[in-house]
Design a protein around this ligand. Structure first.
Ligand SMILES: Nc1ncnc2c1ncn2[C@@H]1O[C@H](COP(=O)(O)OP(=O)(O)OP(=O)(O)O)[C@@H](O)[C@H]1O
Ligand SMILES: [Mg+2]
Length: 231
């Protein structure tokens, strides 16, 4: 199965942007790539809003993968909250088998499937189960997106500890630089985390609001991720 799960140190740290950029990079390499969002909350559309942003970054039209919408975006909830809460309030049970099946089906139709995580690593989808358990069952490797700001050392090491405890393969870490952060912190975070975690650090993405320009800066990072993926 050729695929990757992209998690983050928190919600709003750049998982969507990086999923789209990596999707574009692999498409440019000639792979037929699809992105997935297993559970989207805070969305009134029938297809996950994060998928729409992946499409925008990848220059893909909304209709391009129309036949696959239900597999790409199996669960969408209106409530902008944790999946377990949205599921309870909107009375729609999240079935992990449906998610696993959607991933496997997409993997059989596409060269590479990128599944964007929901929030951080220990997000529950009901009162008993965490999303990361589905990742474990699918035996997916994980890319960690770390928001490069004060506090991320702790958040990244906690994320890694949680993944290692579940014996999930960690491909490496990509840092996403926020708009305004002390440059000394931005420079040091990847270095100290690399030393403490002993994992690959693929690079730090600058804050650039134009996605085509951001992609230019992502390309060398994408190259390193591609090499680590070994596809
Ligand atoms: N490097 C960047 N340059 C410019 N804008 C960015 C960058 N990274 C993220 N953003 C913007 O920050 C916001 C949050 O990023 P994003 O949606 O990728 O986070 P997320 O981790 O996917 O969040 P969620 O947990 O809701 O899925 C978005 O509006 C996105 O466009
Ligand atoms: Mg997102």
């Amino acid at each position: 199965m050729k695929g990757l799960f992209i998690t983050g140190t928190d919600t709003g740290v750049g998982k969507t942007v990086i999923s789209g950029l990596l999707g574009r990079y692999l498409s440019d390499k000639g792979y037929n790539v699809v992105t997935q969002k297993w559970i989207q909350t805070g969305c009134r559309d029938s297809i996950a809003s994060d998928i729409r942003l992946h499409f925008k970054i990848m220059h893909r039209a909304r209709n391009d993968l129309k036949g696959y919408s239900r597999l790409i975006s199996p669960y969408v909830f209106k409530l902008p909250g944790s999946p377990h809460l949205a599921s309870r309030i909107e009375n729609k049970i999240i079935n992990p088998d449906k998610i696993k099946e959607s991933f496997k089906l997409l993997s059989s139709h596409f060269d590479f499937t990128i599944a964007e995580g929901i929030g951080g690593v220990l997000v529950p989808f009901n009162r008993k189960c965490l999303v990361i358990e589905i990742v474990r069952e699918l035996d997916l490797a994980v890319l960690v997106v770390a928001q490069n700001k004060l506090g991320v050392i702790n958040h990244t090491l906690l994320t890694i500890e949680a993944l290692e405890k579940r014996k999930i393969k960690i491909l490496g870490i990509i840092f996403n630089n926020p708009k305004n952060e002390d440059s000394r912190i931005v420079r040091d975070n990847p270095l100290i985390i690399k030393t403490l975690a002993n994992l690959k650090v693929f690079g730090a993405l600058p804050w650039i609001e134009n996605y085509d320009k951001l992609y230019e800066r992502f390309a060398p990072i994408g190259k390193r991720i591609y090499k680590a993926l070994d596809i």
